[in-house]
Design a protein around this ligand. Structure first.
Ligand code: FES
Length: 156
């Protein structure tokens, strides 16, 4: 019997080969789709991680009432998407990024000692943000501060 008929040497029909070919094509497309989906599920969080948060792009100035910052006290605010500490210290008002330079814990203001302290590993910083104790390798990052009337403005 001729091979160009509907039956091949092993007894299967051309329809069977066509169905197999279609099935392989379908499975290949499904695998390609799943592969693309897997790639996107890895790529999307990576892009979101690398992209700055919306607050970091939008808010570049923060205002506080001067009356809310008595001498020696501190206020915690969010500045460019990160915690920031504003302190009315003995030499005026200062502000720092509130993230510890060691492993990134949130630094707190200790009014009694007039210094910043990191609760994670005992890091300590003075009113100029310099390291005075513990493992932090770098000082706190300062934020520009100005006074406009009865307002304290960060990011001026
Ligand atoms: S994270 Fe601040 S001292 Fe370790």
């Amino acid at each position: 019997m001729a091979l160009n008929n509907r039956e091949t040497r092993d007894g299967r029909t051309n329809d069977h080969h066509q169905n197999s070919s279609l099935r392989r094509g379908f499975i290949g497309k499904c695998l390609g789709f799943l592969g693309s989906l897997s790639f996107l599920t890895v790529l999307y969080p990576l892009i979101r991680y690398l992209e700055p948060p919306p607050e970091a792009r939008g808010v570049s100035k923060v205002e506080l009432d001067l009356a809310d910052l008595p001498s020696g006290a501190a206020r915690l605010v969010t500045y460019r998407g990160r915690p920031a500490l504003v302190v009315n210290g003995e030499n005026g008002i200062v502000a720092f990024n509130g993230v510890c330079s060691h492993l990134g814990c949130a630094v707190k203001w200790v009014m009694r000692d007039q210094e910043f302290a990191c609760p994670c590993h005992g890091g300590r910083f003075d009113l100029q943000g310099r390291v005075i104790g513990g493992p932090p390798p770098e000082p706190l990052v300062p934020i520009a501060v100005s006074i406009h009337g009865d307002k304290v403005v960060l990011g001026a």
